[in-house]
Each structure stands twice: as structure tokens, then as C-alpha cells.
Design a protein around this ligand. Structure first.
Ligand SMILES: Cc1cc2nc3c(=O)[nH]c(=O)nc-3n(C[C@H](O)[C@H](O)[C@H](O)COP(=O)(O)OP(=O)(O)OC[C@H]3O[C@@H](n4cnc5c(N)ncnc54)[C@H](O)[C@@H]3O)c2cc1C
Length: 350
């Protein structure tokens, strides 16, 4: 069962005309996180009680004392506008524990970062943390509509001055250069091979950048994407206050006599595990119930954090809003949405 924390807002910073940073009166000792992770906020609603929305932490767990998220207004969006219009110092907001897998394995390596618009938020956290703790070089390609819409412009200028040999920021302004072209993205990608690449921004930007990286020779495993989308469900419906929760839930019984049950062999972190897989159980739930720490995030089929590869047999995905035909052809599936389709399935996370 998820746990939530009630956090007090310390201050709200106006970053641009339509983006605000919400700085919480809490530090990493109470809520530890990795750069690139996000918080899920409970936003009150007269219509349904509340809605849940994910916002990436724009703060660094190393250089910033307090946790912050940065929210950009979505046209006709409910939660983003509610936050920008209503949240002030002193507002209390319920948040789930930091989550997400959009985080570098090593902050020592050189990084290639691509951000567009509000996609800068998790990238900013990664960038600040890598500069503070690692020794690698960082290139950021940052696309925006125009100069006025550049979130963190001043902070990026200061960081570039503070780390002249390590940080290069390439601003791409649509008002000046038009949309980033595939050729430009490919030549940028090709100039920095052998790096881990992190991408965050609107779908067309991520699609074009990912294609450019693939064409420049980047392995799929070296390309990391964070996709922004609104959650359909509300995890706060079953969440409990962090301080009040004492009960531990043990694994449920996953045995079933149903004839449709399959057998799944899962390879993860160099180890193989075999389980009976009930026909109506999602793969991610099965793994979690059996104590396997499989990566996951939204659990709704919109973020791809739980993507794994089916190497034998087949699964049925209940919902897939993120994997493309190229991914499906390569055998990638979403564990949070996968039910068994054949009696024997092999899945590889490594
Ligand atoms: C991992 C992750 C990280 C993200 N990080 C960021 C970030 O750093 N910064 C950022 O800006 N965004 C981020 N997002 C996107 C963010 O979660 C939201 O999707 C975005 O802010 C748009 O939400 P919205 O409610 O404003 O718009 P929408 O979701 O488009 O709002 C419309 C929806 O709200 C419902 N609605 C309308 N009125 C009401 C009402 N009164 N009560 C209840 N529901 C209503 C409608 O039915 C409709 O479903 C992230 C998303 C993910 C998944």
C-alpha cells in the first residue's frame, strides 16, 4: 500500500510566465530521492475529491537543501493550473514517496541530455547532481519556443560559468531556428557517441531525438526517456499516511488452479526465477508479490519504466500508450500491463 506525506510549501518561485517551482519545507533526510525521480501530488477537486499528478523533482538531492517540483501550465489542464493559481507558502500538499527510474546508474560518466519545455525539470536535477558529485562532462541540448519560455535560464548560465570545462548548454529556440530538425539532432547525437542519453519533453521532440540517437548508433539501452502524462487512476485512494502506517503486507498467494495459468521464467539482475503466472495477474504485480524488485513507475501503461523483453512465448498488453512498433518488434513489453498469452513465457530485464 503506498504511503503519503503531508508537506508544507516553503515558497513558490515564478520561473516563467507559465511555470512555477513549488519548494517544499522538507529535505532529503525525510524524503530521500535520486536525481530524475518524481513526486506524485494530490490535488484537491470539487468534482471527485482529488486527482493525482506526477511532477519531476527539479531540485538536486545533493546541492539543494529542500525538495522542489516545477509545474508548467497545460492549456485547459486541471491540476497544473490549480497549482499555479492556488499554491502559496504555507499550503499543505500530500505527496507519495519519490519514485521513477529516469536516473543515471553512474554520475561519474559523461552525459548527453535533451530537454524541451517543462521536460527540463528531471534533467535539471540530473545535471546539477552530476556536476556536483561526478567528474564527467555534460552536454545539454535544450529546446524552447522562445527566450521568454526558457525555464532555469539564469541558473543554467551560472552553472555553465561555474563548470566551464564540464558543462555545455546548447539552446535551441523555435522562434529563431524553427523546430529542431532530424539532421541537426543527428549531428548533435553523433558528436557525443558512447554517452548515456537522457530525454524529456513533448512526444514529437522525444520521438525525433530518439530516432536521431538510434541513427547515430546509440544502443536502445543507452537512451533513457521520461514521458509526461496525466495519471488516469488515483493512487491516493489506497494510500495511508506515512507516519501512521505500521502494517506490513505479506505476499499474496499467487497459486491458482485455473487452466489458463502460465509459467514464466524471468531473468533480472543476472538471476533467473520461475513462477506460476495466473492468467488474470499482471506480470509486474506477480513479480512484486514474489519479492522481485522490478523497475516500475506509473503502473498505467503510459511511462515505460517497467519495460522488459519477452524472449519466448507471448503476452497480451491491456494498455500500451508508449511502446512503438519498433519496440514491439524487438520484443519489448510493459510488465505492468502484461498478462500471459502462451503457457510458457520467458522475460528478460537484463
Ligand atoms: C513521471 C512524470 C513526471 C512529470 N513531471 C512534470 C513536471 O516536472 N512538470 C510538469 O509541468 N508536468 C509534469 N508531468 C505532467 C503532469 O503530471 C501533468 O500531466 C500535467 O501537469 C497536466 O496535468 P493537468 O491536470 O494540468 O492537465 P490534464 O490532465 O490535461 O487536465 C485535464 C484532465 O483533468 C480532468 N479535470 C478537469 N477538471 C477537473 C476537476 N475539477 N476535478 C478533477 N478533474 C478534472 C479532466 O477530466 C481531464 O482528465 C509529469 C508527468 C509524469 C508522468
Amino acid at each position: 500500500m503506498p504511503e503519503f506525506h503531508r508537506l508544507r510549501v516553503a515558497e513558490v518561485v515564478e520561473e516563467t510566465a507559465d511555470a512555477r517551482s513549488v519548494v517544499f519545507d522538507v529535505d532529503t533526510t525525510r524524503l530521500p530521492y535520486r536525481p530524475g525521480q518524481f513526486l506524485t501530488l494530490r490535488i484537491p477537486s470539487d468534482r471527485c475529491g482529488s486527482v493525482a499528478r506526477a511532477y519531476s523533482l527539479s531540485s538536486s538531492p545533493v546541492t539543494d537543501g529542500r525538495l522542489a517540483v516545477t509545474v508548467k501550465r497545460t492549456a485547459d489542464g486541471y491540476a497544473s493550473n490549480w497549482i499555479c493559481d492556488n499554491v502559496t507558502a504555507g499550503t499543505e500538499i500530500d505527496v507519495l514517496e519519490p519514485a521513477g527510474v529516469f536516473t543515471p546508474k553512474s554520475l561519474e560518466e559523461d552525459l548527453l541530455l535533451f530537454a524541451a519545455g517543462s521536460g527540463i525539470t528531471p534533467i535539471m536535477s540530473i545535471l546539477k547532481t552530476a556536476l556536483a558529485t561526478g567528474s564527467g562532462k555534460v552536454v545539454l541540448v535544450y529546446a524552447n519556443r522562445d527566450e521568454k519560455s526558457v525555464i532555469f535560464a539564469r541558473e543554467l548560465t551560472e552553472l555553465t560559468a561555474a563548470h566551464p570545462g564540464r558543462l555545455v548548454v546548447l539552446h535551441w529556440l523555435e522562434s529563431v531556428q524553427g523546430l529542431p530538425t532530424p539532421e541537426a539532432l543527428q549531428s548533435l547525437a553523433g558528436a557525443f557517441p558512447d554517452r548515456e542519453a537522457f530525454l524529456c519533453g513533448p512526444k514529437p521532440f522525444m520521438d525525433a531525438t530518439r530516432r536521431a540517437l538510434r541513427e547515430a548508433g546509440f544502443a536502445k539501452s543507452a537512451i533513457h526517456l521520461e514521458r509526461f502524462a496525466s495519471l488516469a487512476g488515483n493512487p491516493f485512494d489506497t494510500a495511508t499516511p506515512a507516519d501512521a502506517s505500521t502494517e506490513q503486507n505479506g505476499p499474496e498467494d499467487t497459486e491458482s488452479d485455473a487452466p489458463e495459468d502460465a509459467v514464466v521464467e524471468v531473468t533480472i539482475d543476472g538471476e533467473s526465477h520461475t513462477f506460476t503466472w495466473p492468467a488474470d495477474k499482471r506480470l509486474l504485480d506477480l513479480l512484486k508479490e514474489n519479492g522481485i524488485q522490478a523497475p516500475s513507475s506509473c503502473s498505467e501503461g503510459i511511462c515505460a519504466a517497467c519495460e522488459c523483453r519477452v524472449t519466448e512465448g507471448e503476452v497480451t498488453m491491456v494498455n500500451n500508450q508508449v511502446l512503438e512498433q519498433e519496440d514491439l518488434d524487438d520484443g519489448y513489453r510493459l510488465a505492468c500491463q502484461s498478462l500471459p498469452k502462451t503457457p510458457k513465457v520467458k522475460v528478460d530485464y537484463d
